[in-house]
Design a protein around this ligand. Structure first.
Ligand code: GLA
Length: 382
């Protein structure tokens, strides 16, 4: 969508906008479910996200129009004003989290649209949170630093959406830099930009177009398992704050003290923290074969030990192997969404054609293909 359409829609509802902002979704090359374990991740912002037009309205009301849902939400600024609509809760949460930090947000009007696919594991929700927190900070001159902007998005998920996520998605959406992945230490938030220009390769996402709605909030359950395992290890090794600090030997010591399930989850995370570091070393050397091998190992672990895969994603991963793709794995939280694939340019066409045809034949669903362009984070457009 063109931003002139966005501004036109804003005008129809609220008069002319003061400013336009955008914030992206993300990919993550490797390091999955490590963020809430204090470990490392390797995400990058992408060229798809949320774009919004906004203006202060001089009242105590917030009026927001979602172009994609073609509906408006109207709500107040106080804790008891929580809106009903799912998408509006993210915006309300951002406003509340800003207020909790002692800053004042006043009433505003906004309209927004997204070109980041929903439920595909590309962090459409972080893009939405980041777009609003960035815009409100700038609009009202709140002077919130970028780390805190990311934390406000994360706290919105925790306190207003109910997902106890890590910091990866919001961090990538705020700190993204064109052509660079971010090697982020999720405990200290120290980060380095890693130029990503894999000559001779392409990074492509294949969207399974399934999202298995699961009861019992499996994401939060995974996090609880990790925390239980870390707590058991900490009794013997007080220096272990997160699973990121643990070794396989430490985990083995507590095997009889934690459930089998918690054990498997922790086994995955401890392996994944190391895999990411190995993949980063390989990346710096331009050794994409090793990076790819680590990606396949991650997929296997996410399926067998972490149990966040599904038939569709396993099928796409097998397709990647069949067509000689260098690396492939589930990306994001799991249970559906995309695989991320690192593929030699010479094999790209055959892989896409073959994987799409095979997947359609098996599941009667047309998977979607997204070529990835690593782009800048949250910004003011005009
Ligand atoms: C989701 C969460 C992130 C992260 C990933 C898995 O995207 O929002 O914080 O935990 O899953 O790596």
């Amino acid at each position: 969508m063109d931003i002139t359409i966005l501004k036109d829609v804003f005008k129809q509802h609220y008069g002319s906008a003061d400013a336009v902002y955008a914030s992206p979704g993300r990919v993550n090359l490797i390091g999955e479910h490590t963020d809430y374990n204090g470990g490392f991740v390797l995400p990058g912002a992408i060229d798809k996200g949320i774009t919004l037009a906004i203006k202060a309205n001089g009242t105590t009301q917030i009026r927001v129009f979602s172009i994609d849902y073609n509906e408006e939400a109207v709500f107040g600024l106080t804790e008891s004003d929580k809106p009903e609509k799912g998408w509006a809760k993210y915006i309300f949460g951002v406003v509340r989290e800003i207020e909790k930090r002692g800053k004042t947000v006043k009433g505003f009007d906004a309209a927004f649209y997204g070109d980041v696919p929903l439920g595909a594991g590309l962090s459409s929700s972080a893009a939405l949170e980041s777009a609003f927190v960035f815009a409100l900070d700038d609009l009202y001159g709140l002077g919130i630093d970028k780390f805190e902007l990311a934390k406000i998005g994360q706290a919105t998920e925790h306190n207003y959406v109910g997902v106890k996520c890590g910091i990866m998605d919001q961090f990538a959406s705020i700190f993204g830099k064109k052509g660079n992945l971010i090697r982020l230490d999720c405990r200290s938030l120290e980060h380095q930009y890693v130029p990503f220009n894999p000559t001779g390769y392409k990074v492509v996402l294949i969207d399974s177009c399934v999202k298995h709605e699961l009861v019992n909030n499996p994401y939060n359950r995974r996090r609880e398992s990790c925390e239980a395992a870390a707590a058991a290890i900490r009794k013997r090794h007080p220096e272990v704050e997160f699973l990121r600090d643990a070794t396989f030997d430490m985990l083995k010591e507590v095997k009889n003290e934690i459930s089998e399930e918690d054990y498997s989850r922790a086994e995955f995370v401890i392996g994944e923290v190391q895999r990411l570091l190995d993949a980063c070393d390989a990346l710096v050397k331009g050794d994409y074969v090793t990076v790819g091998r680590k990606m396949y190992e991650t997929h296997a672990g996410l399926g067998k030990l972490y149990e966040v895969s599904c038939d569709e994603l396993d099928f796409l991963n097998d397709s990647a192997k069949k067509y000689g793709v260098t690396g492939s794995r589930i990306m994001g939280g799991g249970f559906g969404g995309c695989t991320i694939n690192l593929v030699e340019e010479s094999k790209y066409e055959a892989f896409i054609a073959g994987a799409v045809a095979d997947y359609k034949a098996k599941f009667n669903i047309e998977p979607k293909i997204y070529d990835v362009v690593i782009s800048d984070g949250a910004r003011k457009i005009e």
